[in-house]
Design a binder for this molecule. Structure first.
Ligand code: GLU
Length: 284
């Protein structure tokens, strides 16, 4: 038995035995029992967000659903921040059991970690100031200052495709990029459309807009430690259930409602949980 399988076994045993003690077998019986550590983003409203002691966003909803299918109650989840550049290391070091953090499945990442999913498909886009008419597509970034986050596919796409003509400011998180955009230090922020929509809505004060012309396909996977195929299979079964029982749609609508964001209907919800790579080809 690997580490997580042992923990899942212990969690199920704890719930069952407490249920038996209570004489009802009810799933509402709480146990402090074993914990599961899940890596999420803390600075992406609507996706992965920490405010005080509460955690919200679609990634968090997916994490809660998957954890429940694995036998863990909400109280048994330990949330750990998983910034873009640290995700592989967190998995490799065993600091987290899995990561749900707007984590695109890519060929490079698959060399060092494994993925369940995808559970969502986004696309890279641009966030600009609402009154800026000079940027209507990625091509207009020539000579402009662009903020992107270290360790993200977004940074790589920009480096590969626009690096010659754009000044890139690479920061450690999305909140920092938004501050730089509002203050005028940069002219645009780039990452996935679902993240930008949440940032504009929650942090933009009406001053920011998403262009709405995504130029990559980002398939979001759940990162697990390399070689843990059993966990991948279990998580995939949970994701399939989340889509088929309607929870996936309900949660996505709840998290993106009011942001003006419409997920790509052709790509969502994913129907094949085969860890298909993101398409890093820029489409403009
Ligand atoms: N989905 C992209 C990635 O995995 C960008 C979002 C992020 O940095 O989490 O790199």
């Amino acid at each position: 038995m690997n580490r997580l399988t042992k923990k899942i076994f212990a969690a199920v045993l704890a719930v069952v035995s407490l249920g038996a003690l209570a004489g009802c077998g009810s799933s509402t019986v709480e146990t402090s029992g074993p914990k599961i550590t899940i890596g999420i983003k803390f600075d992406q409203p609507g996706v992965g967000y920490k405010e005080g002691d509460s955690y919200s966003g679609f990634d968090v909803d997916v994490a809660r659903y998957v954890a429940k299918q694995l036998g863990y109650s909400e109280k048994q989840i330990v949330w750990k921040e998983a910034p873009s550049a640290q995700r592989e290391a967190l998995l490799q070091n065993g600091d987290v059991d899995f990561i749900i953090a707007s984590y695109s499945i890519t060929a490079d990442r698959k060399k060092v970690v494994d993925f369940a999913g995808p559970y969502f498909v986004a696309g890279q886009d641009l966030l600009v100031r609402s009154d800026d008419k000079s940027i209507t597509s990625a091509k207009d970034l020539n000579g402009k200052n662009l903020c992107t986050v270290s360790g993200s596919t977004s940074a790589q796409v920009i480096k590969d495709n626009f690096a010659k003509s754009v000044q890139i400011m690479e920061l450690s998180g999305y909140a920092e990029c938004v501050t730089a955009l509002i203050s005028g230090t940069v002219d645009a922020v780039t990452t996935d459309d679902i993240i930008l929509a949440g940032l504009a809505h929650a942090k933009g004060n009406g001053l920011l807009k998403v262009l709405g012309k995504p130029f990559t396909k980002e398939t979001y996977g759940i990162g697990v430690k390399k070689g843990d195929s059993q966990l991948v299979t279990t998580i995939n079964a949970a994701l399939k259930k989340m889509v088929s029982d309607g929870t996936w749609q309900k949660d996505l609508t709840k998290e993106t409602g009011g942001t003006g964001y419409t997920p790509n209907k052709e790509w969502n919800p994913p129907t094949k949980f085969n860890a298909e790579n993101s398409d890093e080809t820029v489409r403009q």
